[in-house]
Design a protein around this ligand. Structure first.
Ligand SMILES: [Zn+2]
Length: 200
């Protein structure tokens, strides 16, 4: 992998090997941006972003990358950079100095690893086999997959999140819940975790 490959993965749509097949992936910086905000917490629709959850781990990685990139630019040119992070990193493809190329190749690889690690740390939702309170179904689709998915994991602290911050959705009918609206989980018969009893 070269500096140009790293720049490409960070700033452009690129091909990646997933389960043995080449698939088109969005730019890593765009995935990072998307990870900074989750709209799972927004309920009721059209409420102007109320209940927006911020993924502080993603925000920290993004801020660190920005600060480092601006610093490298200043070190290289003696000037403050005015422009977007994507433009700045893209401009590194034209760098001629082998020393800077080597250095930025390592720097960008470090960013790629950090972003990937953060994206992959996400746990799949918990799938309790209970009926959806909105549509009444337990399973949906030809594969009879469970309707309800509960996002209970705190990626930042790598532990079960406080139940008041959980979100859930029904993949069958698209209903979403969070906070107080998750009270119905408490009544579910097969809740395997003590914390579920505290959802209120
Ligand atoms: Zn449903």
């Amino acid at each position: 992998m070269s500096l140009n490959d790293h720049i490409h993965q960070l700033t452009r749509e690129h091909l990646a090997l997933v389960d043995g097949a080449l698939v088109s992936k969005p730019p890593l910086l765009a995935e990072l941006r998307a990870a900074c905000r989750s709209n799972l917490g927004a309920i009721g629709g059209g409420s102007g972003g109320a209940g927006m959850i911020v993924n502080s781990k993603a925000v920290k990685i993004e801020n660190d990358i920005k600060a480092e990139a601006l610093n490298e630019h200043f070190e290289m040119t003696g000037k403050e950079y005015q422009g977007t992070l994507v433009e700045l990193i893209t401009s590194w493809a034209a760098i001629q100095s082998p020393e800077w190329q080597d250095y930025l190749e390592r720097t960008t690889l470090n960013w790629i690893d950090k972003i990937r690690e953060m994206l992959e740390a996400k746990r799949p939702p918990w799938r309790p086999s209970i009926p959806c309170p909105a549509c009444g179904k337990r399973f949906h689709g030809p594969e009879r997959e469970p309707c309800i998915g509960v996002n209970y994991w705190d990626d930042e602290n790598e532990t079960i999140a406080p139940p008041s911050t959980w979100t859930a959705e029904c993949d069958g009918c698209g209903a979403e819940w969070n906070g107080d609206n998750l009270r119905w989980l408490r009544a579910a018969a097969d809740t395997p975790k003590a914390d579920v009893a505290e959802v209120a």
